[in-house]
Design a protein around this ligand. Structure first.
Ligand SMILES: Nc1nc2c(c(=O)[nH]1)N[C@H]1C(S)=C(S)[C@@H](COP(=O)(O)OP(=O)(O)OC[C@H]3O[C@@H](n4cnc5c(=O)[nH]c(N)nc54)[C@H](O)[C@@H]3O)O[C@H]1N2
Ligand SMILES: Nc1nc2c(c(=O)[nH]1)N[C@H]1C(S)=C(S)[C@@H](COP(=O)(O)OP(=O)(O)OC[C@H]3O[C@@H](n4cnc5c(=O)[nH]c(N)nc54)[C@H](O)[C@@H]3O)O[C@H]1N2
Ligand SMILES: [Mo]
Length: 766
């Protein structure tokens, strides 16, 4: 297949969004068997008196009355409000060994869990158990551990602030700081890099800033699929004439053209808006080099300007007053050769000069990024390089400019704010101690990779999962599955069955909880609200509107309180009272965490309130009290450089299709990339396919090439010829997690290298 045919394949499929998105919405509502409730439910998503969309963490507009939905928000809502149920009768009919052979897709399709279940080893089945028995059983196991540090307490980022705060309080009082968290696999590098550079581990922009930016640099993210509401903001910016420069090895359709399903004119005329004014396709892991190259151009142009007696192109006043370390970085940039920059980035000098021109041509620049930046070995350094670049012209702390790591799970940022942190700052622990009159452990606990190692080595014996799918989201799927099965205790708090639940420990509970779209009533039948924080640090309320999937369900908060009361007793903390009135939890949060003063009042205002971001006000909580330029050298060689010259070796990125939410698979299509009815595909450059001696569509096994004694093979994938840089290939998570190694991680961040996995291919017999 020639390159032309490949790109034809892309051209045929028009813009992202549009009628295709609307058709897909209808399909997902109907398939979930919840068209009516679904449609009503959607009208309440991200509304002041509705629930927070369980999809992504993009912010909500000020003018909240014009209801903003997106195709993938529809899928998330329809998925939760399905009519299907995974009842005790279902579990009676299937052994766990049998269910282990099902796909994630098939398991979640069984529907919502309805009753607490306990694993019965003799019959290899889950059977119903009462809530009280479950809590007592879990408490007995936790209290029988030799050391509280033998337990791992995982959190997935959908948990509300109230659930997460109560959970971390319970875990610390139990005696450990073991908080493996989905964000360890996600934006950890953003939090760390930003903390080091500007003193706050969060983005500095508000949604309104997108209305004022002249240039938006979108690095390593695919908003058309993962943050569709962001496309609306990019589209409005593009229509105003702002430049949108994209860095992505793949030409993602949503970043090229977007038809807003909510724009009547665009829908009637079949039109669409071009989003990216500039599209650069670096090689995997090449962004730090690309940004460094652009900075090199800016420094050179600045020197020329000054030599010619013109004013500096840098914001010298800002740099002098607010930053340290520019000279060291400039020296490092100037010492990095163009040859090195071009080779590592995979971009030409001319392309990088164009990127620098976009930057220099703008008064107000925003940089956004997601997993294409954070899931590499040098991700912290890359986040800091991006920050350096914006600091050069003072693009932090003024309207229309700033840093925007686009978060994943709808409350992953809030969970960290309220204490899901294996290495929480001293002030936070001390404040909890004062507030609750308790003594808490100080030693840093486990992140995701530590937890896996501890379970593999038998040092950890209990695993509690507050949502999520630990087995499928982590690297080395089989190894993690086996590690969980070897545990003495596993507890999974979930809405639907998934493969992670099919790795039961010796004692195993599966506890069904309410979803965010459902009404959560207390003992006096009063509906409760929870709160979440979005990517722009806006905290707002969320209250469900649907009837619960079963009367037996409890909220995450009630479940945590039940476990805590049974394990620790209620003398220090009245767990059950807090679980019966979430205002009481918010009162405690308000007293422990700065920025939450008057929490219960402010959260009931439309749109909630913003947590102060000091960096956005040019107050720098760093060691030096200023924003700090980093001066790390480029990596010696990133993975695509390491595999070059080894015949048949590639670097693989694992990303999301359009029909999935992380490990939840909604459907088997990836409409924007032209893949239908299958997920076992690997996208590769046609010339690479030819050089392999293969033909497009050939079936291959993907083989991990980390020589650490483990064999890593993901079987039976179809090679798809695609517009992707040579030496780089791509395929879907979680199917490919089998080849992601658990013993390699980001420097400083400990994030698995999900976007730079070294692989080869093995032909399959036809
Ligand atoms: N519908 C839906 N929404 C979601 C999710 C979902 O699964 N489904 N997941 C949520 C979560 S938890 C998260 S973290 C976010 C994830 O949001 P994204 O970060 O957009 O997720 P990925 O699909 O991993 O996409 C990574 C993108 O980065 C590009 N990329 C990969 N490697 C590189 C690189 O080295 N350099 C550059 N420049 N680009 C690279 C890929 O080509 C791809 O376009 O989305 C959230 N929202
Ligand atoms: N190879 C590879 N691996 C990756 C990534 C990648 O890009 N590539 N991305 C990483 C990223 S960014 C992330 S964030 C992680 C995600 O890791 P997780 O957060 O662990 O995974 P999810 O798939 O989001 O979790 C889905 C499960 O959550 C449960 N659930 C859904 N809603 C609720 C709820 O309201 N309450 C409760 N208690 N449970 C609920 C359901 O049972 C569902 O099966 O995966 C990481 N893993
Ligand atoms: Mo994520």
């Amino acid at each position: 297949m020639s390159i032309d045919e490949t790109s034809l394949h892309l051209k045929k499929s028009h813009a992202a969004g549009g009628w295709g998105a609307l058709r897909s919405c209808g399909k997902h509502l109907l398939a979930s068997g919840s068209a009516l409730t679904g449609a009503r439910t959607l009208l309440k998503a991200n509304q002041p008196d509705g629930f927070d969309c369980p999809g992504c963490a993009w912010g909500d507009p000020e003018h909240g009355s014009s209801f903003e939905f997106c195709e993938n928000g529809v899928k998330a809502v329809a998925w939760e409000s399905t009519e299907r149920r995974a009842t005790p009768a279902f579990f009676a009919a299937h052994t766990v060994s049998e269910l282990r052979g099902w796909s994630d897709y098939a398991l979640e399709n069984v529907g919502r869990l309805t009753e607490p279940m306990v694993y019965d080893r003799a019959s290899d089945r889950y059977r119903a158990v009462s809530w009280e028995e479950a809590f007592a059983g879990i408490a007995a196991e936790l209290n029988a551990l030799a050391d509280p540090n033998e337990a791992e307490f995982y959190t997935s980022g959908r948990a509300s602030n109230e659930a997460a705060f109560l959970y971390q309080l319970f875990v610390r009082m139990f005696g450990t700081n073991n908080f493996p968290d989905c964000s360890n696999m996600c934006h950890e590098a953003s939090g760390l890099g930003l903390m080091q550079s500007v003193g706050v581990g969060k983005g500095t922009v508000l949604l309104e800033d997108f209305e004022h930016a002249d240039a938006i640099i979108v690095i390593g993210q695919n908003p058309g699929t993962n943050h569709p509401r962001m496309l609306g903001d990019l589209r409005r910016a593009a229509m105003r004439g702002a430049r949108v420069a994209v860095l992505n090895p793949i030409r993602e359709r949503g970043l090229e053209r977007f038809a807003d399903p909510q724009s009547k004119i665009e829908m009637m005329r079949g039109g669409s808006t071009a989003i990216a004014s500039h599209y650069f396709q670096p090689k995997l892991g090449g962004d730090m080099a690309a940004i460094r190259g652009a900075a090199k151009v800016v420094f050179a142009r600045d020197a020329e300007a000054r030599a010619a007696g013109r004013p500096s192109l840098l914001d010298t006043a800002f740099i002098a007053e607010h930053t340290v370390g520019l000279d060291a970085w400039r020296a490092e940039v100037e010492a990095t050769s163009w040859e090195r920059i071009e080779d590592q980035s995979g971009l030409t000098r001319t392309e990088i000069e164009t990127l620098a021109d976009v930057y220099l041509g703008a008064e107000r620049v925003i940089a956004t990024w997601a997993m294409g930046v954070t899931q590499h070995r040098h991700s912290v350094a890359t986040v800091r390089e991006i920050t350096n670049f914006l600091l050069l012209r003072g693009h932090i702390g003024r309207p229309g400019a700033g840093l925007c790591p686009v978060r994943g799970h709808s409350n992953v940022q809030g969970d960290r704010t309220v204490g899901i942190n294996e290495n929480a700052p001293e002030w936070f622990i001390a404040a909890l101690e004062r507030e609750f009159d308790v003594t808490l452990p100080r030693a840093p606990g486990h992140n995701v990779l530590h937890a896996i190692h501890a379970m593999v080595e038998g040092r950890s014996k209990a695993f509690i999962g507050l949502g999520g799918n630990f087995v499928r989201a982590t690297p080395d799927t089989q190894l993690v599955h086996d590690a969980l099965e070897r545990c003495r205790l596993t507890v999974q708090i979930a809405t639907k069955p998934n493969l992670g639940h099919m790795a039961p420990g010796a004692v195993a509970y599966l506890l069904p909880c309410l979803g965010r779209t459902e009404i959560d009533r207390n003992s006096r039948k009063r509906p409760q609200i929870v709160t979440v924080e979005d990517s722009m640090s806006m905290v707002h309320g969320s209250g469900g509107i649907n009837r619960p999937a079963a009367v037996t369900l409890r909220s995450e908060i009630q479940i945590i309180a039940g476990i805590a009361a049974a394990t620790l007793g209620s003398t220090k903390v009245d767990w059950l009272a807090m679980a019966d009135d979430y205002d009481l939890i918010r009162d405690r949060i308000a007293r422990v965490i700065p920025g939450f003063e008057d929490f219960n009042v402010r959260v009931r205002r439309p749109r909630g309130f913003r947590l102060r971001n000091a960096a956005a006000e040019r107050e720098w909580n760093t060691r030096s009290g200023r924003a700090e330029f980093s001066d790390a050298p480029l990596p010696e060689a990133v993975e695509h450089q390491q595999v070059r010259g080894q015949k048949g070796a590639f670097v693989l990125q694992t990303f999301r299709s359009h029909d999935q939410y992380n490990t939840t698979i909604y459907g088997l299509d990836d409409r924007y990339r032209g893949v239908y009815g299958e997920r076992r595909v690997v996208f590769a450059n046609p010339e690479d396919i030819a050089e392999l001696g293969a033909t497009p569509n050939a079936r291959v096994d993907v083989v991990g090439t980390d020589h650490d004694g483990r064999n890593r093979i993901a079987e039976d994938f179809r090679l798809v010829a695609y517009d992707i840089p040579r030496g780089c290939v791509a395929g879907y998570y979680p199917e490919l997690n089998a080849v992601v190694p658990f013993n390699k991680a980001g420097e400083g961040s400990d994030t698995p290298l999900s976007k730079s996995v070294m692989v080869t291919f093995r032909a399959r017999a036809a």
